[in-house]
Design a protein around this ligand. Sequence first.
Ligand code: G4P
Length: 190
Amino acid sequence: MQLLKERILTDGRVLSENILKVDSFLNHQIDVELMNEIGKEFYEIFKDKKITKILTAEVSGIAVAVMAGLYFKMPVIFAKKTESINLDKDTFEGNVYSYTKEKQYKIRVARRYINNGDQILILDDFLANGEAIKGMNEIINAAGATLAGVGVVVEKTFQPGKQMLKDMGIDVIALASVSSMKKGYVEFED
Ligand code: G4P
């Protein structure tokens, strides 16, 4: 997506060899017009997949998924990262390993919001190690629903997530594919 790549080049900041800061427009302050275009683009890519629900993980995936949800006219569910008294006890769970915190945590969705007839589109902001998407896929499997597609705004192809998911039979479509980064420099796959 050309508009997104241009924005990454102008406003993205490479913090280290692995972290691309896009918090001026994507995951802290949000440029709603750009996010609208992102939602529309995901709709164009996945519109023939008979999507019934969009699944993401809190926090940063929510804006992406909501914008796409407006085009699909389908509900958006976000998996929760913390257990709370407000969340139904009856949940589907997925496991996510956090490389930054070096520990495993669970993401959860109340059982009442996914059922075995659902065709689910997973959307997220970043694909790095693929843990979040793997965890969401576990939730879909636990519910007996179907994974109909996976889209991310930015993937970093030099990190292991894309290949790990591919090996599991999960293809991810990214709106921007970053193949390498250095301080002050971002290279895209195409
Ligand atoms: P994964 O999501 O592919 O499993 O990757 P990983 O475990 O490496 O990512 C940990 C968190 O860092 C995720 O957010 C992910 O979206 C985010 N992240 C990964 N790479 C980048 C990057 O280059 N830039 C930025 N800005 N974020 C990155 P999270 O912990 O789930 O947090 P949030 O959704 O609550 O913000």
